[in-house]
Design a protein around this ligand. Structure first.
Ligand code: ZN
Length: 259
């Protein structure tokens, strides 16, 4: 093989392997954070330039998940043509939730990672068809308003994706009535973080509701927190698509008290 073709093929292989590692790490992350039980939930990521979506395989234990097991599909939902690029087969069979992930990737080009869970506290709000109000600074920071709740739908066709889009705000997450949570972001790691923050906010709100009522912050306060968090928080030198290990080391180096 000519040197130029060989190096292009190696670059492609490392791009696919990196996406699989990120998606595997996001799936392990939802398990470690106890957002999923047994085989429920899933995380995915996309490399749009390769028409490649990577997602948790169906019915596989989270503890045993390895990057090479992550399923690969095209944005149209076909098995990703790995052989055409001289790569190995496209992993195991994808999660049955793949169509909902694909719908969101097709409709929202800015999304690079998606997480779906049935995490308990957040889902308890979804069971009551209640959004989580923007009553905490952490909710204002991360979500810029309430965490909305989409109406109940079944899982046929594009029903779930359409329900999510029908209530989508700038918040990178959505409760789905009677079902669970979808969260997203520019990377699988960002989607994982949004899913963790939804559950953490829901737990705090649940505890507060045991003793009183929730009061949403005024819109101008929400805006102040959101803008500060999205413009001056963190370290400017870190790339937006930093892999999980780098993102973890950033947090441990720079996170101020209380964040
Ligand atoms: Zn589900």
């Amino acid at each position: 093989m000519p040197r130029a073709r060989r190096s292009a093929s190696l670059a492609l292989r490392s791009q696919v392997e990196r996406l699989r590692e990120w998606v595997c790490e996001a799936n392990r992350g939802i398990y470690r954070a106890r957002l999923v039980t047994e085989h429920s939930g899933n995380a995915s990521g996309i490399a749009r330039e390769l028409d490649l979506v990577a997602i948790k395989p169906s019915g596989v234990d989270y503890e045993n998940l390895k990057p090479q097991m992550i399923a690969l599909a095209t944005l149209a939902g076909e098995p990703w043509p790995a052989a055409r690029y001289g790569l190995d087969a496209a992993g195991l069979r994808p999660s049955v939730d793949l169509p909902h992930h694909l719908f969101l990737y097709r409709c929202c080009p800015e999304i690079g990672g998606i997480v779906h869970t049935h995490s308990n506290y957040a889902t308890s709000f979804a069971l009551l068809r209640q959004p989580i109000p923007a009553c905490l600074t952490a909710i204002a920071d991360e979500f810029g308003g309430e965490i909305p709740c989409a109406p109940y739908v079944d899982n046929a066709g594009d029903h779930i994706g359409e329900a999510i889009l029908s209530r989508r705000s700038r918040a990178p997450a959505m409760l789905l009535a009677g079902h669970g949570v979808f969260a997203w972001g520019p990377t699988p790691r960002a989607a994982l973080k949004a899913a963790i923050m939804v559950e953490d906010a829901a737990k705090t709100c649940h505890l507060a509701l045991l003793r009183g009522r929730l009061t949403a912050m005024p819109p101008e306060e929400i805006e102040k927190w959101y803008q500060r968090y999205h413009t001056t928080y963190g370290q400017p030198e870190m790339p937006a698509h930093a892999p999980a290990a780098a993102a973890r080391s950033r947090r441990s180096r720079s996170r101020p008290a209380g964040k």
